[in-house]
Design a protein around this ligand. Structure first.
Ligand SMILES: [Zn+2]
Length: 289
């Protein structure tokens, strides 16, 4: 696995930055879900953004969910990340034909109007949630808008997925740069110029070869200190027990109806497409417990 995420400080601790090489993990997501090209780019951006969002949180027990609900044909996506290696997601509608053959096939056009939801769950009663209307629907812009409005943190976000003609992901990269309180506004102007020069996150990764290189380039090599480096990959944490609880959560009446109608109850994990089978007897027993 070559994918990893880094956290860094720069400009004498006035700026913090996150960068990720997500090439392998996005490739894995594309192959698990058999994603069409636009869906591949959308989910890849979402996954990298969610991983960085999770690593921004101080508490290591936090589970971060990024959810987009859109009126467009893609309908939206869900991505989840934690600090213990889980990074998973799915696209709500991957049926390419329904995206319309006239195009445009951009992520924003396929997501349409909608909202971006961010949830940080610590397992307490009420998780932290923030919601903003989609701006361009290209995900990076929407996340930047979310940071600025919901968290009052001026941020630059660039998320990119580059596909080969055979749908393989040739490069996937992401960057988030944030000004810390009291930072000199001139710094952001200087970084913004570097961001304009870089064209795209994938181009910058190609040029600099690593997340560290991406950050050093964008920060003009000014006092860059890498504070954390973690390997990251696409991984689901589903289990028979969790799937069983999922079935039971629909309520006793509905489960009883299922038992009466089917010999074996089959359910599939949205995130990794694995099938789980439960016998009538197993469900009857679980209902009693
Ligand atoms: Zn799963």
């Amino acid at each position: 696995m070559t994918d990893y995420l880094i956290r860094a400080l720069a400009y004498n601790n006035q700026v913090r930055a996150f960068a990720i090489n997500g090439t392998d993990l996005v490739n894995k997501a594309v192959s698990i879900h058999g994603l069409n090209p636009v869906a591949a780019i959308a989910l890849g951006r979402g996954l990298m953004g969610t991983a960085m969002l999770n690593y921004m949180q101080k508490d290591k027990n936090v589970v971060t969910t990024l959810q987009i609900v859109g009126e467009g044909p893609m309908k939206g996506l869900v991505c989840i990340a934690d600090r213990f290696g889980t990074l998973k997601g799915y696209i709500k509608n991957n049926d390419y034909e329904s995206y319309g053959l006239d195009g445009p096939f951009g992520v924003g056009a396929c997501l349409g109007k909608g909202v971006l939801n961010i949830i940080h769950d610590l397992g307490l009663k009420s998780p932290y949630t923030g919601m903003v209307p989609l701006q361009s629907g290209e995900i990076g812009d929407d996340l930047a808008y979310y940071f600025t409005t919901s968290e009052q943190t001026p941020s630059l976000v660039a998320l990119g997925v580059k596909l080969l003609p055979n749908q393989q992901v040739s490069l996937a990269a992401g960057i988030i740069i944030q000004l810390l309180p009291g930072a000199d506004e001139k710094i952001i102007t200087s970084i913004e110029q570097q961001v304009i020069n870089m064209k795209s996150a994938t181009e910058l990764l190609k040029k600099t070869n690593s997340p560290e290189g991406m950050i050093r380039a964008l920060m003009n090599n000014t006092d860059v200190v890498i504070t954390e480096r973690v390997e990251i990959g696409y991984k689901c944490n589903c289990s028979e027990e969790k799937m069983l609880q999922g079935i039971l959560s629909i309520g006793k009446k509905a489960v009883t109806e299922m038992i009466n109608e089917q010999e074996v109850i089959e359910t599939r994990c949205h995130f990794c497409q694995q099938n789980y089978h439960f016998s009538r007897e197993k469900l009857k027993k679980s209902l009693k417990e």
